[in-house]
Design a binder for this molecule. Structure first.
Ligand code: ZN
Length: 228
C-alpha cells in the first residue's frame, strides 16, 4: 500500500471539494472518484470532473444507478417533493439517499485497493449535518473496521470536516487558498444550480449561512488587526 496516496470520495460539492484540496496538501498523489447514482442532477459529475482537472488529480466515475433506484428519496426521484426540514417523527429529511455513503465508501475502498491506496477521504460532517445517519462519526469508524476485515487491508478513512460547522469548512477552504473556487465552481444545491445555488433549498441555506458567518468573522478579524 502506498502511504503517499489518497482517494477522495468526490461529488463536486463544497465539502468534498474542500476535502480534495485538503488531501492534496497531505498526500503526494490524490485520486478523486465520483458516482452516477441516478441523482437528478448528474451535472454535478461534469463539474466534479472540471474541478479535478483544475486540481490536477486523477479522476474516475462509477456508474451505480442502482443506489438511487433502491431507495425512494427526493434526490433521485423527481416525483418526491423535497422536505425543507426534518418532518415530525422522522429521523431525517427525504433528501437522505439510504445507503449512499455505505456504498460509496465500500466501492471507493475496492477502487483504492486496486491502485494500492489505503487512505480514503470523505467530506461527511456530524456538526452541521442534515440528520443523515451515514454522516456520523460512529458510522465511519464502524465502516472502517468492516472494510479492513472485509479485505484484510489497513484502510484509514479521513474525515477532515467531521467536527467543523459550515462556517469553519469555509474557513478551511480559504486557508487552503480555494475559497473562490469552492464558492463559484462547486454544486451543493438540491435544485442543481452551481455556485451560490437556488438560495432556498436546505443545502443552499446551510451553505449560505455558513459563508455569511465566516465572512463576518473574517471581516471582524481584519478590522481588529487594522485597529491594533
Ligand atoms: Zn439550492
Amino acid at each position: 500500500m502506498n502511504k503517499d496516496s489518497a482517494l477522495v470520495v468526490f461529488s463536486g460539492g463544497q465539502d468534498s471539494t474542500t476535502c480534495l484540496f485538503w488531501a492534496k496538501r497531505k498526500f503526494k498523489k490524490v485520486y478523486a472518484l465520483s458516482f452516477r447514482y441516478s441523482q437528478k442532477h448528474e451535472r454535478e459529475v461534469d463539474l466534479a470532473r472540471a474541478i479535478a482537472g483544475k486540481a490536477d488529480v486523477d479522476f474516475g466515475v462509477m456508474d451505480v444507478p442502482l443506489i438511487g433506484q433502491l431507495g425512494h428519496n427526493a434526490l433521485t426521484d423527481s416525483s418526491v417533493p423535497m422536505d425543507e426540514r426534518i418532518p415530525d417523527g422522522a429521523v431525517c429529511p427525504n433528501t437522505f439517499v439510504p445507503g449512499r455513503n455505505l456504498f460509496f465508501l465500500s466501492m471507493s475502498a475496492v477502487y483504492a485497493r486496486e491502485r494500492g491506496v489505503n487512505h480514503l477521504v470523505t467530506g461527511v460532517s456530524q456538526t452541521d449535518f442534515s440528520g443523515y445517519p451515514d454522516c456520523r462519526d460512529s458510522f465511519i469508524k464502524s465502516l472502517n473496521v468492516t472494510l479492513n476485515l472485509a479485505m484484510d487491508e489497513q484502510f484509514v478513512i479521513h474525515t477532515p470536516l467531521m467536527w467543523l460547522d459550515k462556517a469553519e469548512t469555509w474557513a478551511l477552504a480559504d486557508e487552503l487558498g480555494v475559497l473562490d473556487l469552492v464558492r463559484h465552481e462547486t454544486l451543493t444545491c438540491y435544485n442543481g444550480i452551481p455556485g451560490d445555488g437556488c438560495g432556498h433549498c436546505p443545502a443552499c441555506r446551510l451553505r449560505r449561512e455558513g459563508l455569511e458567518k465566516y465572512l463576518l468573522t473574517k471581516d471582524e478579524k481584519l478590522r481588529m488587526k487594522n485597529y491594533e
